[in-house]
Design a protein around this ligand. Sequence first.
Ligand code: DUC
Ligand code: ZN
Ligand code: ZN
Length: 479
Amino acid sequence: MMREPFDVVVRNALVATACDTFHADIGIRKGRIVQLGSDLPAGHSEIDAQGRVVTPGGVDAHCHLDQPMQAPACMADNFDSGTRSAACGGTTTVIPFAAQQKGQSLRAAVEDYHQRAEGRAHVDYAFHLIVSDPTPQVLENELPELIRQGYTSFKIYMTYDDLKLNDGQILDLLEIAKRHDAMAMIHAENADCIEWLTRRLEASGRTAPRYHAHARPMLVEREATHRAIALSELVDVPILIVHVSGRDAVEQIRNARALGMKIFAETCPQYLFLTADDLGIDDSYLGARCVCSPPPRDKSNQKVIWDGLADGLFTVFSSDHAPFRFNAPEGKKPGGGEVAFRHIPNGIPGLETRMPLLYSEGVLGGKITLNRFVELTATNPAKAYGIHPRKGSIAIGSDADLVIWEERDISLTNASLHHAVDYTPYEGMRLRAWPRLTLVNGEIIWDGERFHPRQGQGRFLHCGRPSLLPPPLPPFPGS
Ligand code: DUC
Ligand code: ZN
Ligand code: ZN
């Protein structure tokens, strides 16, 4: 039987998946991978990978795009600029957050967020939920129904006045996660400790950006991580601790794992490449650019995070992209001027640099294997949030979302990036690799020099059952 020619063939690829590395041609039809093999017949279009490494497109499972904020704060990136920037750095799927505001229905938050995404995204996307107001209506009706409809993960905050939940509320939500098969993501920092420390710092006039890190020392993260683990144990449901920053939280997670608990963890580039010094060694306001929570720690903690990436402690590597312009009244200078650290919007940009940073320093720097890189940046996040094997793999039937990597010396500048933020925390850093080509659904979106827009073609993905949950129980005999 004569088969239709391929739409695209990527030839001479060194394909890397989470478990194997092999030479192959990749045959693509209708946006999906349909064949892997050698000497595939010609396609309508041919791409020569020239023996370069080809990985699955990245899945950034923790990024904030166009998330409604309390005025004057406003995120710089929407689904247009955010997904453009993602694609140019090798990320082909994003999972940002539909955030419920207190007093708002969760359903309304999701509908509003769909409107923000609709017609704008260049790559595919799914949504996590943020539950900030777990009313009986949310717990009993809205959340279970949304989980059934493909929103199978939600974030719980233990800090931030407008988002934080108390332990009882967290237990209620964990019970819903257990009963309805959802993945709970936890932001673990002790809100009362932060407030107490912040007031003391303010009372002594220490309000420069660098004091943000003093208000959020590691013990604040350690205590909340420990408590989150205890709450998970009480309900007997897996949780994933997001943006783990250093030794104290890592130790809590390692202890829990050693006891057999299903405690999973995510970390981010800022905990590998920044330290608290980037928030300032004096009272300069420039440090506001690196104000994020938890804050970056020190060099010895960077090593602890690298070890956790190498030895399997971390399941997911995300950007926590939270885009605020530095020189802007809606960004790091609320109202237009320099403010005390408590008022600086938290977050740094990182969607575009996440994959190249980890590839350069992790893979080429010899700290993690190529297969572990794929696992952390694509396969595991896709599995953890129920979009695998469509996303996160190079396999027959998977979406043809691919990255061809080029090793070259790069000095990173914000001018070379594609987000709408006016700085990168990694300005001037030397990188050893960047995507030479990014394909989304078999179409070139980034060719190493130019972005090829596909605005509005990014599709919403309904998420399935998160893979980190225990397998469902078999049906009761006779039922
Ligand atoms: N911390 C968060 O929890 N979210 C966005 C950015 C940040 O720094
Ligand atoms: Zn967070
Ligand atoms: Zn975040």
